[in-house]
Design a protein around this ligand. Sequence first.
Ligand code: CA
Length: 503
Amino acid sequence: MGMKSLLPFAALFFPCWLEAAPPNVLLILVDDLKPALGCYGDTRAKTPHMDRLAARGMRFDLAYCNQAVCAPSRFNLMLGSRSTSTALYGLGSRLRERLPDAVTMPQHFARHGGHRTESIGKVFHIGHGNEGDPQSFSVPHFKDKVIEYLDPASTQGGQLTREEALFTNQKLDQIRSLPRGTAFEAPAAGDEDYADGRVAAETVRRLGAAARRRKENGTPFFIAAGFVRPHLPFCAPKSYWDMHDPAKLPQPEFEEHPAGSPLVARKRGGEIAAYDPVPERDDAAFSPELKRRLIHGYYASTSYVDAQIGRVMDALDRLGLAEETLVVLWGDHGFHLGDLGIWTKHTNYEQANRIPLVIIAPGVAKPGSSTRQLAETVDIFPTLAALAGLPAPSGPQPVDGVSLDPVLRDPNARVRDHAFHCFPKQKLGRAIRTERHRLVEWKTPGAAPETAEIELYDYEADPLERENLATQQPETVARLRAILARHPEALPMGPPAKKKKQP
Ligand SMILES: [Ca+2]
């Protein structure tokens, strides 16, 4: 692999860059990517490049987002702050209106490490009235599409569709009057006919320029490359669909809401219904063919994005950057593929919140290692700062993350005993995930604990979340609520978000 896997033992604990310029950072963000990857044990996935990436670093098997939706999750990443500490819960939440002086992860690297910071593709969420955060980067953002169709038949003859309008801040007050685009297409197309291929090409180009700068004057880089598949719509070149036999892909095993779950936790319809030919009525059943096609589209889109990540990793090697670059592979949240009868995300359940997280830290983390340390998105910022020898992030935003640096050195080390995430609905659901359980407390921020509705799941006994065990296991509920009580009360959710589909 070209990595220093044969270095003497001591060298593993003294990264070479501490004497020289700080390491570069390559942050690879993948939209809506759950751990349906070969390296995470999914035997149906075709993801050789992400598997190759994981073989160079540490895979976190119990990593969770802090809120299962695009914009807040990316704020969590860039601020090291949970949504409950910032009140940035919404797709349209604007970072600088809420936290004008926040120091984001790239700003921290520029300030303390002298990094030149760049962003390509979907890094901050843009759309739904949001414009990203230009202040975070040294140079203007390279923006490309999220919703993209090549076949005019996918857009009723090339019309602006609802989701494309939302993601490009067009006609935001007329969304329902626009046609739906299709949920998938599989044209005979090249990689760069879609945005992720172009984002990979631009990232490769930027890496080349960054390598020259590093050689000439030692400038380190912080490059965030954001890929948009497997976010809906599942539009990917046919060759990636052809890699999969839909009959062999996993189908949902349990399609009911968990027995005894509160209404507030449940979900039908939503984002998926913004795409044709998904039934628009929330209570309509999906045909077996539709489910199979959607799942095929998810796996095909993942294989497509995998190939683009492979091009970026190849460039890192070719340019001789691999050993002086920290690499993170991160999914912004998970994805329901019909499990619990739910599609997409926006829940506090396992499939929406568990994410892939791989960190390559040359000379620190053993290649091909893994850990069951619970990890959160907010941990990435302090972890990278520690690995680069920079000061820990200190705000002014409230930093909730902890450094996973000790775990990267020893996968059995422990820096936290649970992961925390939330999702706002009619009430705010705050969740504690331990190695075995998940507790969700649904209540209005500031309301008395007695007013909460509670969910409890046991992933050893019931990995599919068939049953809410809260009333049967009061001792476990009490133990996990005591953990929740250590957390500050969540900031209020603010004015209700405009009623519209979420990406
Ligand atoms: Ca997303």
